[in-house]
Design a protein around this ligand. Structure first.
Ligand SMILES: C[S@@+](CC[C@H](N)C(=O)[O-])C[C@H]1O[C@@H](n2cnc3c(N)ncnc32)[C@H](O)[C@@H]1O
Length: 255
C-alpha cells in the first residue's frame, strides 16, 4: 500500500526540523511541495533547502495551489463555503499527483509549514481524498514546531501565566472582540493588524513577523505604545521579504 507522510517542518527556521521529520523525508521516494505563487517563492525554497540537506535522493514534485476566492470578508458561512470549495479543488489536484507519481508500494510526503494540526488544511484535504476513493494510501502525521512555539521562544516567555488559559484565534475573530474573560490570547492569520482595534490601554503585545527566517522582526511592549511601530515594520517586512506571516500574543495586565 502507498504511504504518505504529512510532515510538519517548523515555521521558517530550517533547524526546527525534528529527527522524526528528517527520517520520514529520507524514507520518502517523492516529496510533494505546494507552490503558492511567485511572491512566496521563499516558502518553496526553504522546503527545497531542507530536502537538499537531509534527503537529497528524493524526487520533488511541485503542485500548483489552486486559486482561492477571498471575497467573503464578513459573513462566516460564505467564508467557510469558499474555504471548503478550495479544499475540494486541492484534494482533486493532490489525488491526481499521488496517483501519477507514486506506485502502489511507494512512499510520498507533503511538507507542511509549522505543524499540520494548527490552521492548516492538509489533513482535511487528505480526508477528502480518501472519501473520494479515487486513490488509496495509508498516512502518518509527523508533528512540527508551530509558529506559536517559535514566537514564545523568541520572546522568551511562557504562553500561559500561572493558573490562566491561553486562547488561540485569528485576526478575523479578534476583529469581533476578545470573548469575555479572555485576557491572554495568541492571534494568527491577521492580515489587517486587528490589534489596533482592541480597546483599552491595559494590553501588552508580543509580536513576531517571519519568525525564524533571515528577515525576522520582533516587537514587544504596551499595545498602545508599539502598535504603530508594528504596522510600519510589518509593511517594511512585506516589501523586503515579498511575504509576511505574523503571530502575536495579546496579554491584559494583571492587577
Ligand atoms: C496557514 S497558518 C499555518 C500555521 C502553521 N501550521 C503553524 O503551525 O504555525 C499561517 C499563519 O501562521 C503564522 N505563521 C506561520 N509562520 C510564521 C512565522 N515564521 N512567523 C510568524 N508567524 C507565522 C501566521 O499567523 C500565519 O498567518
Amino acid at each position: 500500500m502507498r504511504t504518505l507522510y504529512v510532515i510538519g517542518i517548523g515555521a521558517g527556521d530550517p533547524e526546527h526540523l525534528t529527527l522524526q521529520a528528517i527520517k520520514a523525508m529520507r524514507r520518502s521516494d517523492v516529496v510533494f511541495i505546494v507552490d503558492k505563487g511567485a511572491g512566496k517563492a521563499e516558502l518553496v525554497d526553504v522546503r527545497r533547502g531542507m530536502l537538499a540537506e537531509h534527503a537529497p535522493d528524493c524526487r520533488i514534485v511541485e503542485i500548483p495551489d489552486p486559486p482561492r476566492d477571498r471575497t467573503a470578508t464578513g459573513v462566516q458561512a460564505a467564508y467557510e463555503g469558499q474555504v471548503t470549495d478550495w479544499h475540494h479543488r486541492r484534494a482533486a489536484l493532490f489525488a491526481d499527483a499521488v496517483r501519477r507519481e507514486l506506485d502502489y508500494e511507494s512512499v510520498g510526503a507533503f511538507l507542511v509549514w509549522g505543524d499540520p494540526a494548527l490552521y492548516d488544511s492538509t489533513l482535511r484535504v487528505i480526508d477528502l481524498m480518501l472519501a473520494a476513493k479515487s486513490v488509496e494510501f495509508e498516512y502518518e502525521v509527523i508533528p512540527g514546531i508551530t509558529s506559536i512555539q517559535a514566537l514564545a521562544a523568541k520572546h522568551r516567555i511562557p504562553l500561559n501565566r500561572i493558573g490562566e488559559s491561553i486562547h488561540v484565534t485569528t485576526g478575523r475573530h479578534l476583529a469581533e472582540g476578545l470573548p469575555p474573560g479572555v485576557d491572554n490570547a495568541v492571534i494568527m492569520l491577521d492580515g489587517a493588524c486587528a490589534f489596533s482595534d482592541v480597546p483599552g490601554d491595559d494590553f501588552d503585545i508580543y509580536w513576531g513577523g517571519n519568525v525564524g527566517t533571515r528577515n525576522e522582526v520582533l516587537v514587544a511592549g504596551s499595545l498602545r505604545s508599539v502598535e504603530h511601530e508594528i504596522e510600519a515594520r510589518r509593511s517594511e517586512l512585506k516589501d523586503r521579504a515579498g511575504w509576511v506571516m505574523d503571530t502575536y500574543i495579546l496579554r491584559r495586565h494583571r492587577p
